[in-house]
Design a protein around this ligand. Structure first.
Ligand code: DQA
Length: 149
């Protein structure tokens, strides 16, 4: 079986994981999360690239690159842009790659503005509320979907 190529994209403020509201987002750093995902990817037959930005346009640009490189799929925690960004939605529609929306926290237990997502209805799957395990569940789910295609 050929190696799958997956991009893991992290939105604004996720570079602060580890110190940012640890009661909500846990104590693992983004580097910890990425390292765990890369290792898990290796064991599942997937090569991962990871990218974080605090800037909406940079996330859009990285999605365009993923489309041009014909990656197999995307795991994205859009962070606050989940609730605001038509630009990320349009970029994901434009590149037309399968993606999983991830949140560390259970956004539906939180403020009402976090209940709205511009991405959920076009995502292949959504994982929220499991802390850093949300990402590993998303990776396992995406790889399974891609292998069953
Ligand atoms: C988040 C939830 C968002 O509402 C918030 O803006 C984030 C992180 C999460 O992973 O739980 O920055 O996406």
């Amino acid at each position: 079986m050929t190696q799958l190529k997956i991009l893991v994209l992290h939105g604004p403020n996720l570079n602060l994981l580890g110190t940012r509201e640890p009661e909500t987002y846990g104590s693992q750093t983004l580097a910890d999360i990425n390292a765990e995902l890369v290792n898990l990817g290796e064991s599942l037959g997937a090569t991962l690239s990871t990218y974080q930005s605090n800037h909406e346009g940079e996330l859009v640009d990285r999605l365009h690159l993923a489309g041009a490189d014909a990656l197999d799929g995307i795991i994205i925690n859009p962070a606050a842009y989940t609730h605001t960004s038509v630009a990320l939605r349009d970029a994901l529609l434009a590149i037309n790659l399968p993606f999983i929306e991830v949140h560390l926290s259970n956004v539906h237990q939180r403020e009402s503005f976090r209940h709205q997502s511009f991405l959920s209805d076009i995502a292949n799957g959504i994982v929220a509320g499991f802390g850093n395990t949300s990402y590993t569940l998303a990776l396992r789910g995406l790889v399974t979907q891609l292998q069953n295609k």
